[in-house]
Design a protein around this ligand. Structure first.
Ligand code: SAM
Length: 251
């Protein structure tokens, strides 16, 4: 059978495409892409002319069978997304899962990924992190999701779109506190790459003051809760509960 290659493509700077990625893309029989028009431009830039199959979240289940048939017939296939690493907040999960179930060889061609790039330059702890993808688009859902993460001690990483960045940062500030440390990575690898860091309130005002602040693509990173704050130091005891018990005992 053929091999399914999961190929990372640039998240902005085209020079980040690895030579191995270029080689694989020029050698496979077919390329499955999230958006064939968008990827067509990248492939044109690389001088690669290959049949493209659209594989996006809305048609993934339907398209998987025809891609699997080609793999089982011996053709090599590459999967790419619009930017970065496929399956990381991008389509491909159903294809990879079913390919493995059919015994097809699946091989990653690693490269750019906004989450890893952002985290590597943020200056936040990276020994433990929790990637949450996109938060809910509506405020109520977003606040509930943030509230559930309030006591998480891992560094939190979110993807966010430019038109929601201000709302999201202000929700983080309200739910997790104005002093919570956050880092935003904007337009990573692109001309206007910027990192904003500091306490939530400071980052929010820096973003509001910057005329280009809410333009571009963002990775939002939040320092995890302090161990004490998260209640873990007190074992099974809830800190607030403990305090109110102690206060009740005070003369
Ligand atoms: N698969 C991609 C990856 O490996 O990073 C992510 C795809 S996801 C649909 C798109 C989101 O990734 C954007 O909304 C943004 O949060 C983040 N992103 C992608 N490129 C970025 C960049 N150059 N700078 C900052 N964030 C970026």
């Amino acid at each position: 059978g053929g091999t399914l290659y999961i190929v990372a493509t640039p998240i902005g700077n085209l020079e980040d495409l690895s030579s191995r990625a270029a080689k694989v893309l020029s050698e496979v029989a077919v390329i499955a892409a999230e958006d064939t028009r968008h990827s067509g431009r990248l492939l044109q830039h690389l001088g690669i002319n290959k049949p493209l199959i659209a594989l996006h979240d809305h048609n993934e289940r339907g398209r998987v069978k025809s891609i699997l048939d080609q793999l089982l017939a011996g053709a090599d296939v590459a999967l790419i997304s619009d930017a970065g690493t496929p399956l990381i907040s991008d389509p491909g999960y159903v294809l990879v899962r079913e390919a493995r179930a059919e015994g097809v060889r699946v091989s990653p061609i690693p490269g750019p990924c906004a989450l890893v790039a952002a985290l590597s330059a943020a200056g936040l702890p990276t020994d433990r992190f929790l990637f949450v993808g996109f938060l809910p688009a509506k405020r109520t859902g977003r606040r509930t999701a943030l509230d559930e993460l309030r006591k998480e001690i891992s560094t939190l990483v979110f993807y966010e779109s430019p038109h929601r960045i201000l709302d999201t940062v202000s929700d983080i500030m309200e739910v997790m506190g104005a002093h919570r440390e956050i880092v935003l990575g904007r337009e990573i690898t692109k001309t206007f790459e910027t990192f904003y860091s500091g306490e939530a309130a400071q980052v929010l005002s820096a973003l509001t003051d910057d005329p280009h602040g809410s333009r571009g693509e963002f990775v939002v990173m939040v320092r995890g809760a302090d161990k004490a704050e998260s209640g873990l130091m007190a074992g099974a005891l809830d800190v607030d509960q403990l305090l109110s018990l102690l206060i009740a005992e005070l003369p």
